[in-house]
Design a protein around this ligand. Structure first.
Ligand code: XIL
Length: 311
């Protein structure tokens, strides 16, 4: 029973959910995580601002809680994320020389990936590094200090040294449709591989909207991502309504959209797992736009059946 068991019965590795300590007091949420999921992603607790708020000063409270929940309940962990321009403490943003930033990335990856060594199925080593126009993201300390992609080499090599068994992923958004950003993303991964940098997987966040045109083309996108020769994971799936009112027609469309996304993964052998960015519409980062499979009262929505139909 449950989505995870169902997808595993069809040869995939997991269905997962983003969660964190704050949700563990909700028995409705916990029951769903246990029954329907095989993996958890730390929604916020493994990010840089949470784990290393001051240089060399680590806080493991939330990250340990997430890891312990996974261990106690037999769930895989997707680590999220070692390097990201957002939710990054000011002390990192203040660094303006490459040598210091290199050491800081190495120490951060060593500490965080090292602490959960052997427990993490896949790490989002780096998140959202490509700009929406297809260049390097301009508002990231990592790109402005390095001026090339080699900060990724530093991060992936450090993660590999810290946890050799974890799959190491590059994760991004707005690569769930064709265009310059997807092309650059694929090229960055191919270049990493050609430089001998350890990378095992790519993640498409896939925050999308009900009725989005992109969903029809999603199978092609997954094939393009698979052309990197790495595992492909859908890492942060949610499908939001355009506004805080949602019609029954939109709920029906949302069901069809979930089916389309999931079935595209099922058709793509490189696509190994799907993570939903939350459990219920009661608690989602897209407040009020009902993007998930369970409603505010933890009842299964038509979207849940769409997910099942896709498997
Ligand atoms: C979001 C969380 O869901 C929120 O709770 C937080 O306030 C902001 O970050 N892309 C990512 C995730 O990679 O880490 C983001 O998570 C959503 C967008």
């Amino acid at each position: 029973t449950g989505l995870d068991a169902l997808i595993k019965s069809k040869g995939k590795k997991y269905v997962g959910f983003a969660t964190d300590q704050g949700y563990f007091s909700s028995s409705d949420t916990v029951n769903i995580l246990k029954a329907e999921g095989g993996s958890v992603t730390a929604e916020n607790s493994m990010k840089w601002d949470a784990t290393e708020p001051s240089r060399g000063g680590f806080n493991w409270n939330g990250a340990d809680a997430l890891a312990n929940f996974a261990t106690q309940n037999g769930k895989q962990i997707r680590g999220h994320t070692l390097l990201w321009h957002a939710q990054l403490p000011q002390w990192v943003k203040n660094i303006n020389d490459k040598a210091t930033l290199t050491t800081v990335i190495q120490n951060h990856a060593a500490a965080v990936a090292g602490r959960y060594k052997g427990k993490v199925y896949a790490w989002d080593v780096a998140n959202e590094v490509v700009g929406d126009g297809g260049g390097m993201r301009s508002d990231s300390i990592f790109t402005t200090v390095f001026r090339d992609w080699t900060f990724l080499d530093v991060a992936f090599r450090a993660a590999k040294a810290a946890d050799p068994g974890a799959k190491l992923c590059l994760n991004d958004y707005n690569i769930d449709f064709s265009g310059a950003k997807l092309n650059t993303f694929v090229q960055v991964v191919k270049d990493l591989k050609s430089r001998g940098v350890p990378i095992d997987c790519v993640g498409t966040q896939t925050h999308t909207g009900i009725g989005s045109n992109n969903i029809a083309n999603f199978g092609n996108v997954l094939n393009t991502l698979a052309s990197t020769g790495t595992e492909v994971q859908i890492t942060e799936l949610d499908i939001a309504a355009p506004s805080t009112s949602i019609t029954s027609a939109q709920l029906t469309q949302q069901r069809a959209d979930y089916k389309s996304v999931v079935s595209a993964c099922m058709r793509t052998s490189a696509c190994t797992g799907i993570t939903l960015w939350g459990v219920s519409d009661r608690a989602t980062w897209i407040t009020g736009r009902r993007p998930l499979l369970w409603d505010e009262n933890f009842a299964k929505k038509p979207a849940y059946q769409g997910f099942v139909d896709g498997i």
